[in-house]
Design a protein around this ligand. Structure first.
Ligand code: GLU
Length: 469
């Protein structure tokens, strides 16, 4: 039997990192089993769906390594509406479902103040279809539903505790529970790997599989992803959109490596490993039962390591969207014609060791491409002290007299200027750095000045000196 798994997101918002993790787990499982990965867009919640969310899912999956064309689909749940209705009709005709027109208030009035679920009132009343008549599944009175879950063993649910749940609304439209089952059935899904939040749906869904006469799939419910307060990641509170991480300059390789570590670890105390190792070693059965902490700080550190591991040429390529301001990323402060690829290439290795996400490249190199630096006024005030004017005068004169404009000469020259005034290099550098780059921190100063060039460096130092008068 060929293993067939599916990833079935609903296009109701940005693509959640938890969803990306489930997608990767499904992807790897299919690959390991020589199976098929199916993508199904569950777009039946018309009020909440938007086509751009679907496009967002496809492009985010593509970015993370589940590329278009390499899986089956995308299928759209809405295209199967006929099948969903036919299944509801079959369940009704076979007596496995019945119509009911009770409101919640009706049930409450009969059963007491607290609504504890539907009381089965219409089970044997023989109500037929009609406007406002919901179709309910007749759950067994006895026995238990045992689901086979690769991560959780065999969770068992007493049937008598499962209410006669709705499978089609009063307007005849089938609900998610049924549509999801019918699609899995139609698509020949053998393994349903999804988030733990769907576990309560699972006994109901398994009963539907059985009632429709098809062997249920094997399930795997992966624990939820939580924030540092152990709250389920929420799009209102937390940064959850995969696209947001992509646009900030996380590398897809770092992101997918990190996502796979949520609730699982490769052998040998390693965390940063090639994707091929994860594909070999990952075992769905080993996924931890406790919720997984999505640690943005750790992800950042991971990303920094991935950035540092890139060959410089690839690093330069990877920075291009941020340097050019393409796509959804905020444009850099310089004009496209001010950008100088050679100057960038000269400082790229210095920047590569210092940034953790690619978008940070912009503030590190903007001084190279702007006519005058973007001055951080707080940095100016903090740095420019009484002796700064004198220091700048001496540094300007000494730099101006330099024969060779290279980092080493610049360094020894400024060191000497500082030494004459009893200053260490760090203190001597600070006003020069602020004058030239507008910031107190950045790339190594002397290499920066070498690339910036004599004329521009001196112009900026003189402008700062004028400001100090
Ligand atoms: N559309 C559902 C969701 O996004 C999928 C549930 C499932 O995987 O069965 O939560």
């Amino acid at each position: 039997m060929t293993v067939r798994v599916r990833f079935a997101p609903s296009p109701t918002g940005m693509f959640h990192v938890g969803g990306a993790r489930s997608a990767l787990q499904n992807w790897i499982y299919a690959k390991q089993q020589g199976g098929v990965f199916v993508l199904r867009i569950e777009d039946t919640d018309v009020a909440r769906n938007k086509p751009e969310w679907t496009e967002g899912i496809l492009s985010a999956l593509d970015w993370i390594g589940i590329s278009r064309g390499s899986y089956e689909g995308p299928y759209f749940q809405s295209a199967n509406a006929g099948e969903h209705r036919a299944a509801a009709a079959r369940l009704y005709e076979s007596g496995r479902a019945y119509y009911c027109d009770c409101t919640r208030e009706d049930v409450q009035a009969r059963t007491g103040s607290q609504y504890q679920g539907y009381d089965g009132y219409h089970r044997d009343l023989g109500l037929g279809p009609g406007p406002g008549h919901a179709l309910r599944f007749r759950t067994p009175d006895e026995g238990a539903t045992v689901v086979v879950d690769l991560i959780r063993g065999e969770p068992t649910f007493e049937n008598k505790l499962i209410e006669d749940f709705v499978i089609a609304r009063g307007d005849g439209s089938p609900v998610f529970l049924l549509a999801n089952v019918v699609d899995d059935m139609t698509m020949g899904i053998t393994h349903v790997i999804r988030a733990e939040e769907h576990l309560p749906n699972t006994p109901k869904q398994q009963l539907l599989w059985e009632a429709l006469g098809v062997k249920p799939p094997i399930w795997a419910h992966v624990p939820v992803v939580v924030n540092e307060k152990r709250q389920k990641l929420s799009k209102r509170r937390d940064k959850v959109a995969l696209e947001a991480y992509r646009d900030e300059g996380y590398l897809a390789g770092a992101m997918r490596n990190y996502l796979m570590l949520l609730g699982w670890a490769p052998s040998g105390d390693r965390e940063i490993v090639p994707w091929s190792v994860i594909e070999d070693e990952f075992r769905l059965e080993e996924v931890n039962l406790s919720s997984a902490f999505f640690d943005e700080k750790k992800l950042r550190a991971f990303n920094g390591e991935y950035i540092r591991a890139l060959p410089v040429a690839e690093f330069i390529d990877a920075c291009q969207p941020w340097l050019a301001g393409t796509g959804t990323i905020a444009p850099p402060p310089w004009q496209p014609e001010e950008f100088d690829a050679d100057a960038f290439a000269a400082v790229a290795p210095l920047a590569q060791t210092r940034i953790a996400v690619l978008s940070e490249i912009v503030p590190n190199v903007d001084f190279l491409f702007l006519a005058s630096p973007l001055m951080d006024e707080a940095a100016w005030t903090k740095t420019m002290k009484d002796g700064s004017a004198d220091l700048l005068d001496a540094a300007i004169a000494a730099f101006d007299a330099l024969e060779s404009w290279d980092a080493e000469s610049l360094k020894s020259t400024l060191e000497a200027v500082g030494a004459d005034r009893g200053l260490k290099l760090g203190k001597t550098q600070a006003p020069v750095r602020v004058a030239v780059t507008g910031r107190t921190i950045g790339l190594p100063l002397f290499e920066s000045l070498e690339v910036l060039g004599r004329e521009r460096t001196l112009t900026r130092m003189r402008a700062a000196r004028v400001r100090l008068v």
